[in-house]
Design a protein around this ligand. Structure first.
Ligand SMILES: [Zn+2]
Length: 82
């Protein structure tokens, strides 16, 4: 029997844990001083903690892979065509 509802628990991480996979992680704070954040964590780093949350924060992988930021340059239109 598969229980899909509990699947997320296996992807929960605490501050200090090693990041298993680079990607975007949803961050839950244990005190409601902040909304759910999305943090990019890189594999091999450790999840950062939160000074304002005595019980820490929880991380869950939302999107594996680091988004590649667009570096496309807009066409220059400053030159004048004489
Ligand atoms: Zn916090």
């Amino acid at each position: 029997m598969e229980i899909n509802l509990s699947m997320g628990l296996f992807n929960m991480f605490k501050p200090g844990d090693l990041v298993p996979t680079s990607g975007v992680y949803a961050t839950w704070h244990s005190t409601p001083h902040a909304l759910i954040e999305h943090t990019i964590c890189l594999e091999g780093q450790r999840f950062p903690g939160c000074r304002l949350c005595p019980l820490g924060v929880m991380y869950r992988l939302e999107k594996p892979g680091v988004p590649i930021f667009s570096t496309t340059n807009l066409p220059e239109q400053g030159f004048s065509a004489c």
